[in-house]
Design a protein around this ligand. Structure first.
Ligand code: SF4
Length: 647
């Protein structure tokens, strides 16, 4: 049969036997779950043995993209990786960008499903229908930059997903990278690749992506590009990446040791913030089909790290970790970012952990002898050594490589929970005690995969948005008038719990169709535009309302896979730290407030929003598990919500 939008085939690779099988894309699956995250979640539900060790050879690893990936609409570069993540034990779909997803489709495949374990290091090469499991002996031990560049040299114009030394040593914070421009799979994708002896994937193809109605598609596509070009901040984003929004971010992420808020922004600006950033060398780059080009290669231009370059989705991550680790020089932040990305270690997670160790040392509960003589002073050399030990699992680095599980093993659960804001085994990204409990902050609790930068969104993405802006964004995301009404029925202006369900549907839609959900891109989209593009590209007519229902279906499969892994309401509880004050340098205490900062929130308030979230979703408010009625309504009866006890 002829496919439009979709490439039309799937690849199944068994690394144990070396078997490679090609199957047609399951059209029923595409009709019901859209693509990308949606199809992968549904596939994983069938392929994943409940309770399996994420490092077991049988644990599947699925890569692929959506029907809009590579179609040329703005930011249609999304590639997804779906798996059971070792850091949290939850299943989920991690997103990346750049060229791999697009290239995989040009080779003729929407998804590649990998199981088994190779007997020696390998990489997977997909060049049109020439699919080969190749020897990766020469790549093993190399970092992500070296690996990617070697594969580009060997295979020319191709997309590459690679992991580094942290993945080879099964570090739970090991992620992978797409084409040196996008990280993918926070929470252990790199380690799962390592467990399969899979160093990298390479894709390239000479095919094309067929559009069902090119005239209709191009009309929408061109009007979108016109909007991007007319956007007054477009030039600022190209010049400054998402640092363009530094004022907001510096407040949201300006803290360390989970308790100290750093509002002295003048000093931060000068040392590692926006002023320092402006002095770095910068080369902007972006994904194919994106006018935003918000990625960058930053280069330290002075001081000890002069000449150090880092290819990154954004310097912002460096500024965030620099504030945590008390760095005083943007060059140090660039170095730390480059080293983490080369090893393939999550730079936010690892800086949280290093900050935790520094804090214990500063409080006198941890000595350098306790960690095998490693330096616990807040300086770059010590931090780089800790990263190296973590990547190679050497000495105390072996505990660090096991993530927060390792820290709990060493220091006990009580101390770790007291000093961190861990949710489902992972540190949160968005800190509500500074910015208020908006959608991003709240969504971290209920996101089945564990907290992540992308788990929420909407008009509450940045601080203090007026209510009419929030409502406008809600409509853009396809929230019905009734749902908006329910979400605004709150003495605090917005019921965040109810509102988050729509942010999640918007996220699932982008991840399923293959559109970049970075706010700088997704702000130009509306549900009407998405519906037009999907219908024109695939020839499958879907109204905005239908797409939201499909997205809800995807989210419920995602949830049920995690119910089956043993997750329930107790895993969605807020960390105790959220209810403790953050203290600033003047000694003033900052408590968690609602988004509009009108009320100090109690645990009861947050619990109520969690209940409201479940009710809005049609899930059991006591357990957080989708009800039989909801499952039937979404046509998912075959996925019985059986819950097993989590180990
Ligand atoms: S906004 Fe950034 S990540 Fe998204 S498609 Fe454009 S360049 Fe890629």
């Amino acid at each position: 049969m002829e496919y439009y939008g979709y490439a039309g085939k799937e690849l199944y690779i068994d690394l144990t036997t070396g078997e490679i099988e090609e199957k047609p894309l399951d059209l029923d699956m595409a009709l019901k779950f859209l693509g990308g995250m949606g199809i992968q979640q549904r596939m994983l539900f069938d392929l994943l043995k409940p309770g399996i060790d994420p490092f077991a050879p049988d644990a599947p690893l699925i890569f692929g993209s959506g029907p809009l990936t590579g179609t040329g609409a703005p930011g249609t570069s999304r590639v997804m990786a779906t798996l059971k993540y070792p850091e949290t034990g939850a299943t989920g779909s991690g997103g990346g960008a750049m060229r791999f997803g697009f290239m995989l489709k040009l080779a003729g495949y929407d998804h590649v499903v990998i199981t088994g374990k190779a007997s020696k290091p390998v990489y997977l090469k997909i060049v049109d229908s020439n699919v080969e499991i190749c020897d990766a002996k020469h790549l093993w031990g190399k970092d992500i930059v070296q690996t990617t560049e070697a594969l580009w040299d060997a295979h020319g114009d191709c997309g590459v997903i690679a992991m580094g030394q942290a993945g080879e040593h099964l570090g739970e914070m090991a992620q992978a990278a797409c084409d040196l421009g996008s990280s993918i799979g926070r929470g252990g994708l790199g380690a799962v690749m390592g467990s399969k002896n899979l160093k990298a994937l390479v894709a390239s193809g000479s095919g094309s992506i067929r559009i069902a109605d090119p005239e209709r598609f191009n009309k929408v596509r061109e009007s979108l590009f016109e909007r991007v070009k007319r956007y007054p901040l477009h030039g600022d984003i190209v010049r400054d990446s998402i640092m363009e929004n530094w004022r907001n971010y510096s407040i949201q992420f300006g803290y360390k040791n989970n308790r100290t808020f750093i509002p002295d922004l003048e000093e931060i600006d000068r040392t590692v913030g926006f002023e320092a950033y402006k002095k770095l060398g910068k080369t902007a780059f972006g994904c194919p089909s994106c006018f935003i080009v918000d990625k960058e290669i930053v280069e330290a231009t002075s001081g000890r790290w002069k000449g150090t370059k880092w290819s990154t989705p954004t310097y912002l991550n460096a500024a965030m970790l620099a504030m945590k680790l008390d760095m005083k020089d943007a060059g140090e932040a660039v170095k730390f970012g480059d080293v983490t990305d080369r090893y393939g270690i999550d730079n936010l997670g690892s800086s949280d952990m290093i900050d935790f160790l520094y804090t214990l040392h500063e409080e006198g509960t941890l000595t350098e002898d306790d960690v095998g003589g490693l330096s616990l002073k807040r300086d770059i050399d010590g931090a780089l050594t800790l990263l190296e030990k973590m990547a190679y699992r050497e000495g105390f680095g072996n505990e660090m490589a096991d993530g927060w599980k390792g820290m709990k093993r060493v220091f006990g659960e009580e101390l770790v929970n007291k000093k961190t804001s861990i949710i489902k085994g992972r540190e949160g990204v968005w800190e509500p005690r500074i910015s208020g409990l908006g959608t991003n902050e709240f969504a971290q609790l209920v996101y089945p995969r564990g907290p992540n930068a992308e788990c929420g969104g909407s008009g509450l993405y940045t601080l203090g948005q007026p209510l009419d802006t929030v409502v406008r964004h809600a409509g853009r995301m396809g929230m019905s008038n009734e749902a908006i009404e329910r979400s605004l029925d709150s003495p605090l202006k917005v019921n965040i719990g109810r509102f988050v369900t729509s942010s999640e549907h918007w996220l699932a839609l982008f991840n399923s169709l293959g559109i970049c959900n970075r706010h700088v891109n997704n702000r130009f989209y509306s549900i009407g535009i998405v519906s037009e593009l999907y219908s024109a590209a695939t020839g499958i007519e879907r109204s905005p309302e239908e797409l939201i229902t499909y997205s809800e279906r995807v989210w419920n499969v995602f949830k049920m896979a995690n119910v089956r892994e043993g997750f329930s309401r107790k895993d969605d509880e807020p960390p105790q730290n959220w209810f403790e004050p953050m203290v600033d340098y003047k000694g003033e205490e900052h408590y968690m407030m609602d988004y509009y900062k009108t009320k100090k929130l109690t645990r009861e308030d947050v619990d109520q929003w969690i209940t409201d979230y479940y009710v809005e979703r049609g899930w059991d408010p006591d357990t957080g598990i989708p009800t039989k009625e909801k499952i039937a309504e979404l046509g998912l009866e075959e996925l019985a919500p059986k819950r097993r006890e989590k180990k």
